[in-house]
Structure formats: structure tokens, C-alpha cells
Design a protein around this ligand. Sequence first.
Ligand SMILES: [Zn+2]
Length: 432
Amino acid sequence: MATLAITDGRVLLPDATVTRADVLIDQDAGEILEVGNDLAGAGDETLDAANALVTPGFVNGHCHVAMTLLRGYADDKTLDAWLQEDIWPAEAELTPEDVHVGAELGLLEMIKSGTTAFADMYFEVPEIADAVETAGLRARLGHGVVTVAADDEAAREDAQTSIDVARDLDGMADGRISTAFMPHSLTTVGEEYLDEFVPKAREAGVPIHYHANETADEVAPIMEEHGMRPLAYAAEKGMLESEDFVAHGVHVDESEISLLAEAGTSVIHCPASNMKLASGMAPVQRMLDAGVSVGLGTDGAASNNDLSLLDEARDAAMIGKLAAEDASAVSAESVSALLTHATADAIGIDTGRLEAGAPADLAVVDLEKPHLTPAHDLVSHLAYAIAAADVRHTICDGQVLMRDREVTTLDEDAVRERAHEHATALIDRAEA
Ligand SMILES: [Zn+2]
């Protein structure tokens, strides 16, 4: 058994308290053996965490990781105009290799900001899975289905691809990869395809993940066509089970909040994307108070424009207070849960808790920074002050993915260079 000791750190425990302790890891099993004192001698290898906060690795509940190639390509537009005029035409030109390169860039950014697990909806998913396997993170991956503007044959093929991807890739990378069926949203996938393919997802035993209630413009057509709120429609289509999770949940009314709480379906809050596209303010504290399972996600880099969960945490706290008109809403303690175990639970990945027997997924954050001085309350720092560049080491499944800011599983310069080349060529093709 190879062991790793993370020594002398201040450790964030699942109950949101912080204690001085060492953490001992079984690297072969990818598991935390012990959180305690005087464990430094027990490790074959040690990682210094003096003057650092040791937290569970951060969990990104909703992403389109390969969209890093479109970062900064189109900004300052409404969701509808942004998708139709810029994003979809560019995505139509994406090759499998582009997706691979974009995914590597996103994964590099995640490792450098302490993220160790994420949920992702995109195309060419085997390319993303391959990049995840190399990079060393955990992920729940799926193929996004869009049937509007497709003929029946193409629409059915797209939906079947999502089922096939979910079946074929589940359990890949020694179990670090899991999957879901991912219809893009309730307005971009036709009812007949939901009727046909949702039961197939249940047969395959995979959860369902989709965008829901993101903008007011997305709610109105469902009310008109089906005479009910979007999440009532989702429940009728069998898409509101306890393992399912929806992205956004901005425009939800009280009846939908009750439905979510009763069903146990999780909502992934994406505050930066919601602010940037002026989609609205999700009622996060109201959902938490009602007992809804809430997680946190960055959405794609084109609507954020970075993949740092730490930025997202601060955004969630700020906009949560504004939405509730209450400075005590979405507290630092709530945000520390959103960064870790709450989002892990929402997307059904076993991680996010720093305790014996848990998966060894951790981030070690340097506290010797002007903006982190003094250190009255490290949970407050996690929510409001720590930034991506403060992460010193990142560990997933017992493996050190970044040591002293140096990523071990990807060649940072090569990944950036390839991403630059592929992004430039992609936009040349899209605008030709
Ligand atoms: Zn999204």
C-alpha cells in the first residue's frame, strides 16, 4: 500500500468546522485512511500543508467543459441571441479533436483551481472521457440532445447517442467516470422524443440531467403548449426522480420548489452564467429552506468566463443575498457545502467529505497571502476571499494532480498552445 500524508494543515471537516490535523491517504485505494495528529511519519510521501487550508476537492455540478475554446468569443448578448448567432454556428464546426483539446484546457483549469469532480453535458463525449481519464478527475458525463430544427431521423439518432454514451462510458477510468442521459432542455427537445427515450434512460439505470427554468422566455412556451409549469411538465414526462438534476432553476415558483423538494431532484445553481446572460436570480435560500437539494456549477466557459468554483462560491453568496433581500441568506457555511459535499450529492458522485473512508479528493489552499490575512474564519475565506490561484496542491482518487502549482497529469504549455491553435481554426471555419 502506498501512502501519502498531507501534514500540518487546517482541515475543513464535513460539519464546516476547521481543525489542525494531518490527513493520511491510501493512494492505491484512493481513500482517506485517517484525519488526525502525528501522521506525518506514516506516509511514504508527504505533502506540506503548513499555513494552508485542506478542503475536499471542489465539485462543479454543471459544465460544458470543451466550451473553453469559445471563451470570450461572444459576450454581452441575451441567451437566445448568443446561442443562435454565435455559439451554435461555432459548435456546428467542432471536430472530435477540437472537443478533446477544449476538454483538456478546461480540465487543466479545474485542476489549477482545486476542482476534482464535475458533471458535463456536451458532444463527442468519448473524447471528453478520454481527457478525463488522462487528467485524473472524476466526472459524470453525458451527450446533450437537441431535436429542434432536426428531422425525425436525426433527432432519434441524437437521443439514441445520448443513451448509448451513458451505457458505454459508465464506470470508465476505474470508476471515476459515471454518466447520465442529457436532453438539453424542456424546450429544445420535442415531447415525442422525451416520451420515447426517458424510459430507455430508466432501463439503462442512469440519471437524467437537463437545463430547466433558466430564463423567463423558456417558461412561457411550456405554459402555452402544455398548460403547466415546466417542472410539472418534467414530472409528467418522468424526468423528476431523486437521482435527476437540473441546471439553473432560476424561474421556479412555489409549486415547483415543492415539487423539487418532494421528488428529491437536485438543482445546480449557476450564478455567474445567470448574471452574465441576465437570466435572473435563482431563489437559492428559498429552495434550501424548502429542503431542495442544491448544488453549484460554472456552466460553460463561454458564459462565465472561467471554470473556478471559488469565483462561483462568492457569486452564489452575493446574488443569493440580493435575491432574498437578506444579508444572512446563502451564508458562508452554506457556500462551503455547495463547493463540496452538497454538489457531490446533487450529481450523485461519492466525494466532497474529508473523513476516514471517504474518497481521497482534496485541495490544499495556500493561506500566506495578503488577501487571506488575518485568518479569523477560514470558512468565510472559502466563500468570500480565496481565489483559484491560491490552490497549492490538488489530489483526486489519491493521486497528486497538482503539486506546488505544477500539474502532473497534463503538460500545461502544450495544452494551452493546442487550445489556442484549435480555437483560432474553429472560428475561422465558423466565420468563413
Ligand atoms: Zn449549461
